[in-house]
Design a protein around this ligand. Structure first.
Ligand code: AMP
Ligand code: ZN
Length: 461
């Protein structure tokens, strides 16, 4: 059987702070884990900047010929108001303030998140998994850490002892001992300021929590970080290929995920770490807790924008650079996106001379650590050079701008599309034997061509 041809991919790894060639560890499937939303309020467009970056990564890997198993979590329990492991659980607090249950709050914002990502043309994760549905796995992981001597107990929970790991905090680029020495934060019963909760006890004096579970240590709920380790390793194995999130996760959440996973397994937790820089407003990080900066998809719509205008806006800046949001800049993105949609009607409907180079260059730009602005510039150049409509729509599998307004679809690898194009060219010249050969090649690679009134469309078998 013919082998799918794969393109060289280079990615920046936040742990080693360097770009290097990427290939999955095992076979042809990339095991990708991305930290998902905390579902206590609407996600803002800063969160969606990160989710669009992760979706672009996934689309590029697919178009480069890899399969991708993508797991994302829903944080519906355990994320406390303060990263220092105190304060209320964000979901429980919202329930208290609104008179609803924590379960209702989480369900409502999870549904909204799923609708928002569809509107942004973000491919749904292969598996979307809730922290509350993996309590058994989280307790089991804490048990392993306890057995290995990495935990201790305080009055309010079970904590991970970060001083037991020589390389703790490497991802954040900090030396733990320096922090300890200069630390002015009250650490309470914690033995080191960087130690973090694995399991928190329900407070008996206060209103009963909506979400709590029994455990060998007492009734309570999991700490925020343990969910990602437990769920990613359950679905993707002990060593992931790529783990992503926003830049804030590089400081606390991801170093803690690494600490507890590697302490438990003795293996490298993830081979690549990738982080998107922040979306800022007037120089400040967009945050759910700040009413002035908290812009949601609903607010974009109220102002007359399509969520895809925001996607175009995001693609205009490299994911590692901070992106400053303004309504004027979003207007610029909308104008450009509409011009792009408008230009489609005037493009040749059949394969054109400019197609192959444009497709190759666009994929190469994305494969070079997601150089989306360069890819976008190359798309515009292709349009100026009269690339065909099918070629632009193929490229749109990478941009995800849904230029043809079709339901969310996965990208088609470049070499598969090339075979489909060749088959179409043979069909046009009525060389049926050759066109059948192309069809058979596609079938052998697991793809099928359907001839529609708008031209041939390729599907995975
Ligand atoms: P959360 O719902 O707070 O758990 O965040 C979901 C994702 O959004 C995480 O990957 C965060 O790192 C990311 N994130 C949060 N704020 C921003 C921001 N202003 N810009 C970009 N990404 C962000
Ligand atoms: Zn996480």
């Amino acid at each position: 059987m013919a082998k799918t041809q794969r393109l060289a991919v280079t990615l920046f790894d936040s742990l080693t702070r360097s770009e290097r060639p990427f290939e999955p560890l095992v076979g042809a499937t990339v095991r990708l884990y991305t930290c998902g939303p905390t579902v206590y309020r609407s996600q803002h467009i800063g969160n969606y900047r990160t989710f669009i970056f992760e979706d672009t990564l996934r689309r590029m890997l697919l178009a480069s010929g890899w399969r991708v198993k993508h797991v994302m979590n829903i944080t519906d329990v355990g994320h406390l108001v303060s990263d220092a492991d105190d304060g209320e659980d964000k979901v429980e607090r919202e329930a208290r303030l609104t008179g609803k249950t924590a379960w209702d709050i989480a369900k409502y914002y999870e549904k909204e998140f799923i609708e928002d990502i569809a509107a942004l043309n973000i491919l749904p994760p292969t598996k979307l998994v809730r922290a509350t549905e993996h309590i058994t796995e989280q307790r089991a992981l804490i048990k392993i850490l306890e057995k290995k001597g990495f935990t201790y107990r305080t009055a309010d929970g079970i904590y991970f002892d970060t001083s037991k790991l020589a390389n703790y905090g490497e991802l954040a680029g900090r030396d733990q001992r320096t922090i300890q020495a200069g630390s002015r934060v009250a650490i309470g019963e914690k033995q080191n300021s960087t130690d973090f909760a694995l399991w928190k006890f329900s407070k008996t004096a206060e209103k009963k929590r909506d979400m709590e579970w029994p455990s060998p240590w007492g009734v309570g709920f999991p700490g925020w970080h343990i969910e990602c380790s437990a769920m990613s390793m359950k679905y993707l194995g002990k060593t992931l290929d790529i783990h992503c999130g926003g830049a804030d996760h590089r400081e606390i959440h991801h170093p803690n995920e690494i600490a507890q996973s590697e302490a438990a397994t003795g293996k490298t937790f993830s081979r690549f770490w990738m982080h998107s820089a922040f979306l800022t407003v007037k120089g400040e990080k967009m945050a759910k807790s700040s009413p002035e900066t908290n812009i949601t998809i609903a607010i974009l719509r109220e102002r007359g924008f399509d969520p895809l205008d925001f996607r175009y806006f995001v693609l205009g800046t490299h994911y590692r650079k901070p992106l400053s949001f303004s309504w004027e800049a979003l207007e610029g993105a909308r104008t450009a996106r509409l011009k792009l949609v408008g230009s489609l009607a005037n493009l040749p409907k059949r394969k054109a001379r400019a197609d192959d180079d444009m497709k190759k260059d666009i994929l190469a730009a994305f494969a070079d650590n997601l150089a989306a602005p360069q890819a976008l510039a190359r798309l515009w150049q292709g349009i100026r050079e009269s690339a065909s409509r099918p070629a632009v729509l193929w490229a749109d599998h990478l941009f995800g701008l849904n230029l043809a307004h079709v339901p969310v679809t996965s990208p088609i690898p470049l070499d598969i599309q090339a075979l489909a194009d060749a088959r179409e060219a043979y069909r046009q010249s009525k060389d049926w034997q050759k066109s059948d050969e192309m069809r058979e090649k596609l079938t052998a690679l697991g793809w099928r061509v359907e001839d529609t009134p708008h031209g041939p469309v390729v599907h995975k078998i």
